[in-house]
Design a protein. Structure first.
Length: 428
């Protein structure tokens, strides 16, 4: 083992309910640990840790190494088992960079830092850089790819380095006709794979990327079933599920699914409460306007304590207000211009502050349409970064572009953006 002092380069965080698990170390170490750890098993260990901490009268653990050693030794041992021999970890305050070398005598020590989420200070510009994510939209709704092509694409974007992939949702849609307005660009060229089923399949063929609906039309679905499906994808993926939801816009879809189009706002809010009850309570009792559950069970629970994060789509004022009150993040409209995006983010930040939530600690995602002009892509993503958006990437082509693009061509575009654009955005 070399005696050269190494300096931590990377951070890895696992957010589990009100706890944040932070690892720092060399790039190779953090990559190795985050790829090899059994997230499901580790999540169970940390949930047990939280229960024990609560029994001791604490809402969370604030950098108490002795408590971590006493109550979470199994988790520590599991991390140590998969860490390479030259493991270098530093215990450090959350969202602060470790700037001084760590003595080589501590190189084989493994430290874990847990902090109460409520104690986290606002994220500064420099620390936001470490939280940036690069993602892309799965081409599963209007490109006629077979299963092998879809598999090649998903595994390809993961190999490139993408942090998340997202997928749109429509169960049924009104066929586009000139005499029927508000039917969208849907024709027989549109092939919409069912989103929850597809994400469950993707969970089995990927190992690292987050899997996200973008967005699932929640008011037209049965909420207990959605909770069950999302929990299952979270379990199968080892905690990688993100549930992006929207209110929907096409009344024909709702009619075909025997769902009430006018009740979308009230159903949306109640269904969100149902989701979280199903993920966190046992047994479940829920008395609402549309859903009533009396001492019933939905098991197993998600790997992610509290359930998968719920990200909201929508840009109407009511949607912005709902996002600020109830959401774990916001998905910006893909077709927005940079100027429109700035106005929407200003409205969202105002609502977050009105709800006593920190706008700098609220994830925002924007995947502008796929554009072969990388200089334009760089311009848009850099502008979005300067607005505080931390989840960026490239989305689907505009509807007026060619619908069928070969897998290799699409992957090449994503790889070019990752190689040429993303370092400039993240490092500027």
């Amino acid at each position: 083992m070399s005696n050269t002092c190494l300096q931590p380069e990377w951070e890895a965080r696992v957010v589990l309910g009100d706890l944040v698990f932070l690892m720092t170390g060399t790039r190779a170490l953090v990559q190795r640990v985050t790829q090899d750890v059994d997230v499901g098993r580790f999540g169970q260990m940390l949930r047990q840790l939280r229960r024990q901490a609560q029994a001791l009268g604490r809402s969370g653990l604030i950098d108490r190494g002795e408590c971590i050693d006493r109550h979470c030794r199994r988790a520590v041992d599991h991390i140590r088992d998969v860490a390479p021999q030259d493991a270098l970890f530093a215990s450090m305050p959350f969202i602060q960079r470790h700037t001084s070398p760590v003595s080589s005598s501590r190189r084989d020590a493994l430290r874990i830092h847990l902090t109460d989420r409520a104690s986290i200070s606002p994220v500064t510009r420099s620390t936001q850089m470490a939280q940036f994510e690069f993602g892309c939209q799965i081409p599963a709704w209007h490109w006629h790819w077979d299963v092998s092509e879809l598999r090649d694409w998903a595994q390809g974007v993961e190999a490139i380095g993408c942090d998340f992939i997202s997928m749109a949702d429509h169960i049924i849609y009104a066929y586009a006709r000139d005499d029927r307005p508000q039917t969208g660009p849907y024709t027989d060229d549109v092939h919409q794979h069912e989103v929850m089923t597809t994400l469950a399949w993707l969970a089995a063929i990927t190992s690292r990327v987050a899997l996200q609906t973008n967005v699932l039309v929640l008011p037209q679905r049965e909420p207990v079933l959605v909770a069950k499906q999302a929990a299952e994808v979270d379990i199968l993926s080892g905690g990688r599920m993100r549930l992006g939801i929207g209110i929907g816009w096409q009344w024909q879809e709702f009619d075909a699914l025997t769902a009430n189009f006018r009740q979308r706002p009230s159903r949306m809010e109640e269904y969100i409460r149902v989701l979280r009850a199903c993920w966190t309570e046992e047994p479940i009792t829920f008395n609402g306007r549309y859903v009533n559950i009396d001492q019933m069970s939905v098991m197993p629970k998600p790997v992610t304590p509290g359930g998968p994060p719920i990200l909201f789509g929508g840009f109407a004022q009511a949607a912005i207000e709902r996002t600020a009150r109830l959401g774990d993040g916001w998905i910006a409209p893909v077709q927005s211009t940079v100027e429109q995006l700035a106005e929407l983010i200003g409205r969202l930040r105002a609502q977050l502050e009105a709800n006593e939530r920190d706008p700098d600690d609220f994830p925002i995602q924007w995947l502008p349409p796929l554009d072969g002009d990388m200089s334009n892509t760089l311009r848009m993503l850099t502008a979005a970064r300067d607005m505080g958006i931390t989840r960026l990437g490239i989305g689907m082509p505009n509807y007026d572009r060619e619908l069928s693009i070969p897998v290799d061509q699409y992957l090449q575009t994503i790889e070019t953006a990752w190689r040429e654009v993303w370092p400039e955005v993240k490092g500027s």
